[in-house]
Design a protein around this ligand. Sequence first.
Ligand SMILES: NC(=O)c1ccc[n+]([C@@H]2O[C@H](COP(=O)([O-])OP(=O)(O)OC[C@H]3O[C@@H](n4cnc5c(N)ncnc54)[C@H](OP(=O)(O)O)[C@@H]3O)[C@@H](O)[C@H]2O)c1
Length: 300
Amino acid sequence: MKVVAGLILVTGVSSLPGYKTALRLVETKGSVIGVYNQHPVSGVPAVKWDLVSDATGLVAQYKPSVIIHIAGMGDVDGCEVNPELCHRVNTVATRELAKAAYRIGARLIYLSTDYVFDGSRGMYRESDVPRPVNYYGLSKLLGEEAVLAVGGAVVRVAWIYGFGPGKVNFGKSVVERLSRGEEVKAIVDQWGSPTLNTLIGEVMARLVDREFEGVLHAAGPRLSRFEFALAIAKFFGFQTSLVKPISIKDLNYRAQRPRDSSLDSSMAVKMLGVPINDLNYALSIFKGEWEGLRHAGDVG
Ligand SMILES: NC(=O)c1ccc[n+]([C@@H]2O[C@H](COP(=O)([O-])OP(=O)(O)OC[C@H]3O[C@@H](n4cnc5c(N)ncnc54)[C@H](OP(=O)(O)O)[C@@H]3O)[C@@H](O)[C@H]2O)c1
């Protein structure tokens, strides 16, 4: 592995993708510092910093060679309820980071989302034109523009699942509930590309070695949540009849959801050699991590 000269800053280290990214970079590269805001982490070097108050000061203080910007307001309905906060976290803080990175010549890699698309078609490629249907998607798209303006890389992922810090995620809930013999309700009529956090970490670690500029899709295969839950049940050896179909209409989401925001990640697979869209590969890592945690007594 190539060692990057200088420091790599990873914002959002207290999120599912940020933690695994920092962990992988600590294993494979030079010095790494994670940045959290309200939730301290252990196992990787990290500092507390509020990016909304002062993104510029963070860059001025640490003078990184690379910034992997993962922090964001990922609560889609929360963004609809509080668009001003969403704008400050996802758009303004990203713009400030981009300007500060440009000033010192640091490379910027930004984690973005499938929700920049309207979901009318699915299997979106990097060249497809975004058209967000909710405030979260819009705020992330505006963040992307700032990153691209300074020659950075935008990595779009989707429906993140895995073990680690951060908010509740569907894949982990499915494993926990099915392992206890409890039912899981899963949507049949919305499609996306569930992406394992550990593989996002691997993609980021490999991207650090490249001079890539532009947009890259790096997500899992196209599935509904129902198909995803069934695949987990089969792979882990749980009872598939515990997975019950529901419609997106049964849930009263505040924000509109794209109906099919699945991503075509063939370019990332070819370029980086990470089979991020291979479901069995992802589930074998996910299952191995679950068994490790069970062995250590960290999950029920
Ligand atoms: N969840 C998904 O399926 C999904 C899909 C595509 C892309 N993403 C992207 O993944 C990233 C992480 O989101 P998540 O969904 O995993 O949500 P999350 O668990 O709520 O993580 C949000 C992260 O951002 C940090 N953060 C928020 N406000 C901050 C501030 N003012 N200053 C510094 N750090 C701040 C949080 O730090 P603290 O917790 O320490 O406050 C946390 O590390 C976001 O960029 C999101 O757009 C998520």
